[in-house]
Structure formats: C-alpha cells, structure tokens
Design a protein around this ligand. Structure first.
Ligand code: ATP
Ligand code: MG
Length: 570
C-alpha cells in the first residue's frame, strides 16, 4: 500500500541546487576516485513507452553527465526478447532526443555483450562460482526460503565444474528445451538478502531476439547483465531507483568475481522513483489503458507517457525544470500534479505567443457601428516582450465573445457584460450592453451593444473612462473555425492505483472534451507543435498530427491557473 501521508507539494519557487548524488560525485572528484571522469547511463528495457517517471531518470543521468562535463550512455537493456521490440527502441530514442539530451556515439545494447557475458559465465563456472541447476522453477522457489527462514542448498550445488561447463555449453548449443536447466551463481543460500541466495543468471529461451536473431537460445538475467554492462562501458556512477537497493550486494558480488576481467567497478547509487498524483506509471497499466481503448493510443495527451505529454503541449524545458525542482532523494514521496503543471505554465508564460480564441461563442452586435466598416486593432504578441511586436486583429460590427463573459442576471461582483453594463473589448473599444436577443425557446442568440468610438485602445481617448471588465473577442467575419480539445487530468482520484483500488474505475469522465471554437486569423499559419497562450483561456498547442492548413486543431495543455476542483469538478 502506498503511503499517502508522505504526500508533499514542492515550493514552486525553490530550485534544487544540490543533492546527495552531487555530493557523492563531488567527493569522488576530490578524492580523484575516477580521475575526474563522470560516466552515467540511462538503461531502459525496450518493452514499452517511456513515461514521466523515466524523464526523472533521464534528466538525472544525462543532466549529471552534462553538468560535470561527462558523458551519458543510452543503453537498451534487451535481455527479454519476448517482450521487446524495435518500435520501442525508436520511440525511446525519440523521447530522449526530444527532452534535449544527446548520447553521441554512446548508444549501446546489452545484447552487444552477449558474447562477453557468456564468456564470464563460463569463467564463473570454472571458478566454482556458478553451477547448472536442474531443480524445477517451483522447487527452486521452495528451496529459496523466505524473509524469515534461510534457504537450503540445491542438491546440484556440488556438481563438478566440468559437468556444469559441459551442460552450459550444451544449453547454448540448443540441446535442451526451455526451462530444463538454469545457471545459478553460487553465493549463499542462508544470506538474509534473498537476492544473494544463488540467483539464476542464465535461462534457456528458444526465442528470436530483435537484434541477435536466432544466434542465442540462452539469455542472461537482468542482475547479471546490468552490472557487467555498466562495467564494460566504464560507467562511474550507476544511478537507479530504490527497488534495486537490495540488489546492490549482487551487483557488487558479480563484479568482484570479475575484477581482473572488466575495466572498472561502477558504484550503484539508488534514488527514489517519481510518484505523481493523478497518474499511473507502471508500464503494465499504461499498456492496459491503451489496449482496452480507455485512451486514444500511446500518445493520448492525457497519458503520462512522454509521447502523451509531448502531444499535450509540454515542453522539454518544462519537464527538465520539473526534474530539477523535485530534486532527488532517498525518501519515497508523492509529487503533486500541480508541480508539473506549474512548470509548464512558467515556461509557456515566458515563451508562448499570445493569441485570441473563443471557445464558447456568443454573438455580440454593435448597433451603432457602421454595417460594412472594418478597422484594425493591435494586440501585443507578448505583454512583457514589446520587442516581439504586435499583430493586427480586425474589428467589425458583429463579434464573438465568450458565453461566460455575459450574464443576463449578474451575480454580485460580476464585472463582465450584463444588460446596462460596460466593458472594454480588449485592444478595442468600450461597449455597453443595450439588449438581449432570444430565440423562440428563450435561448440567447445574440447580445446588442453600443460602442464609444472615442475609447479605442492605443488612442488618446483610451483612458478617458475606466471600466472594470476587460474581455476578449473576435470579429465574426474574420474568425477561423477550429477544433479545440480540452484535456484535463485522466484520473479524478489523486492515487488511482494505491492499495487495491481499480485504477480503471478512477478515470475522470470529463478528461477530454472536443469543441468547435474560433481562433484569430494569425493562427492559420500555426505550425504543428507550436504553442500559444489563448488569452484568458489557457495554454494550447497546435496538434502534432491533426493540424493542417485546412483544419485547425489545438489541444489545451494546461489552464492559466490551477482550477482543479474549482470549475470542472466543483
Ligand atoms: P515500469 O516499472 O514502469 O514497468 P521500469 O522501471 O521497469 O518500468 P525500465 O525500462 O527498466 O522500466 O526503466 C529504465 C530506467 O528508468 C530505470 O533505471 C528505472 O529505475 C527508471 N525509472 C523507471 N520508473 C521510474 C520512476 N517512476 N521514477 C524514476 N525513475 C524511473
Ligand atoms: Mg526495470
């Protein structure tokens, strides 16, 4: 059961500058342990798409290497051919590049080391440090003991090395079916650490491998492969998540046996994995959401996959900022989704062009504006960046405003339009509502206003009168229809998969709404993945795939402020 009491919300203004891993690296540099060399690696298994948790590990491994002038390797840990595929390899490369990191020539695969791993296994056998087991999987489990009871030695533990070697070679030659034998390290069946009770290091799998084809029918296990791969690549600091803490003695044991055969003995350092509220982050659950069609594929903008957050509108910089801000520690904790969302707001507030969109249109007719007249208004591309210039927004007699910006019977403190009230149409004139036009069903069709021609923004008369409300608008004639996808959190429960909850029952039914809105003309040329602030409406991205010159499609990345619980879910 996940401990919700440790839930923390990070102060969004604090930026982590140091952490225990930097302290270790600084100490190593001072003592010259690695001659100043820093070499890290990000070692995904290509069996699924990466998620935001992996981004923490990517930013940490690549980020440390970058900060210390070292290198970071991208290594595919491809020792489980049944579950792995090239499709995932390609997607992972794409994610890492998108996040802004480079592995240069350091792209590796654990399968690159199959020959060396095999050779080392033979060596361990000849040194009586490994033996061929023929107990069944169930028997092995039985012999292993429990957390409170020691295991007992397998009858095959004393098998002579020559016999084990012969069997191992015949395993490799394909003489036996899957599961007939395994190779086990000979460590200590009474160890309090179960990982040290003669772990299996090789198994028979007559399976085609995406890189080595049918060359192998025996495959090394993760714990054996990982430490040797690190050592062969000269990794200095092998950073991994806390669940590997109990595997560290095995990591060290394997490398200690091979001390004369591998170039170095990297230091494994564990850190707490990212837990983020309102998401699930296990590859298995992500796969289920996709295969059960509960989302629209791997890059559904509501998913925590990196492909998903990219399509949602997240910037690589926002994710790197998030990784920096949450920091790294040894303590498991929960990070609130607002921390991630605020990182995006912060980035886009500074970088996104301002544009106008009307999401829920209401017609506004200016009775005293000449029928065929049009004029230009000028709106800044960014309020804090005057050098980014202004663009022209055409004004005419019939406009669209947001339905929410009009109330026939205003509540107390409502300063937008209502009968008799005045507002400023941003970048244009002050208008006063004089009439409400309804259809036979009593629904509002349009509202009528009169405008004050002496109050145009940017002219001397602009400040002659002050009004409280300031609303956005588009000229109906010039507005461009657009498909607008309003995304929200995928789950309505902050801990959708804690305890024995069924995360599929925690889905937020309002996480996706597709609406037909209007956008200003300047957005016709928006490029796929270009991001904007739609004034007063939030941050949006032109959809990576569906945006075309003939069809404008924008996804809402995030609202302007954290409105969770206040609007959609009140
Ligand atoms: P999952 O647990 O989601 O099925 P995994 O952790 O087994 O995935 P890997 O491909 O082995 O996936 O992960 C690659 C690296 O990413 C590992 O070093 C792993 O520790 C790290 N990683 C995975 N999930 C997280 C997370 N939530 N936070 C930080 N690092 C993570
Ligand atoms: Mg893993």
């Amino acid at each position: 059961m996940k401990d919700q009491s440790k839930h923390v919300s990070i102060d969004p203004t604090s930026v982590a500058t140091s952490n225990f891993i930097r302290t270790i690296i600084d100490d190593d540099n001072r003592s010259n342990k690695w001659n100043g060399r820093i070499e890290t690696r990000f070692p995904p298994e290509p069996n699924g798409y990466l998620h935001i948790g992996h981004a923490k590990s990517i930013c940490l491994n690549f980020g440390m290497a970058k900060d210390y002038g070292g290198v970071c390797h991208l290594r595919f840990d491809d020792t489980n051919p049944e579950k792995e595929a090239q499709e995932y390899v390609d997607a992972i490369c794409d994610n890492v590049t998108w996040l802004g990191f480079e592995w240069g020539k350091h792209l590796y695969y654990s399968s690159d080391y199959f020959d060396r791993l095999y050779e080392f296994a033979e060596y361990l056998i000849t040194e009586s440090k490994a033996y061929i087991e023929e107990l069944t999987a169930d028997e092995i489990r039985e012999y292993r003991g429990t957390l409170t009871a020691p295991g007992k030695n397998s009858p095959y533990r004393k098998r002579p090395a020559t016999e084990s070697l012969d069997l191992f070679r015949r395993m490799k030659a394909g003489e036996f079916p899957d599961g007939e034998y395994v190779l086990r390290a000979k460590i200590d069946m009474a160890s309090p650490n179960i990982n040290m009770r003669d772990p299996v290091i090789y198994r028979i799998r007559h399976t085609h491998h995406q890189r080595t084809g049918n060359q192998w029918c025996i495959y090394p296990m993760y714990d054996y492969t990982h430490c040797i791969s690190d050592a062969l690549e000269n990794i200095t600091h092998s950073l991994c998540t806390l669940e590997f803490e109990d595997h560290r003695p095995l990591y060290d044991w394997v490398l200690d046996q091979l001390v004369d055969k591998v170039p170095c003995h990297p230091q494994q350092i564990e850190f707490a994995r990212l837990n983020l509220t309102y998401t699930v982050m296990s590859k298995r659950k992500l796969i289920q959401l996709v295969t059960d069609n509960l989302v629209d594929g791997w890059d559904d903008p509501r998913l925590s996959t990196l492909a998903g957050v990219r399509r949602r509108g997240y910037t690589p910089r926002a994710i790197r900022l998030f990784a920096e801000r949450i920091g790294v520690s040894k303590a498991d904790s929960w990070i609130d989704m607002t921390v991630l969302e605020d990182c995006l707001r912060e980035d886009l507030n500074a970088s996104a062009l301002r544009r106008i969109a009307i999401l829920k249109p209401l017609k506004l007719i200016i009775d005293n504006y000449p029928e065929h007249q049009e004029e230009d208004c000028f709106a800044p591309n960014h309020p804090q960046q005057p050098e980014w210039g202004k663009r022209t927004v055409p004004f005419s007699k019939i406009l669209y405003i947001e339905q929410d910006d009009f109330m026939e019977e205003p509540t107390k403190g409502y300063f937008r339009l209502s009968p008799g009230a005045e507002v400023r149409l941003r970048y244009a004139f002050i208008v006063k509502c004089v009439d409400v036009e309804k259809n036979t069903r009593g629904e509002i069709e349009a509202i009528h206003c009169i405008y004050d021609p002496d109050t145009k923004s940017g002219t001397a008369g602009a400040d002659s009168r002050k009004v409280k409300g300031n609303i956005h608008w588009l000229s109906l004639k010039h507005a461009q229809p657009a498909e607008i996808r309003l995304y929200d959190r995928l789950f309505s429960d902050p801990y959708p998969d804690s305890g024995d909850k069924d995360y599929k029952k925690a889905l937020n039914p309002d996480s996706k709404k597709i609406i037909s809105g209007y956008v200003e003309q300047a957005l016709i040329d928006a490029k796929p993945e270009e991001r904007f602030q739609f004034e007063r409406n939030g941050y949006f991205i032109a959809d990576r795939y569906d945006m075309t010159p003939g069809k404008l499609v924008f996804n809402r990345a995030v609202t302007l402020r954290d409105s969770w619980g206040k609007t959609a879910h009140a």
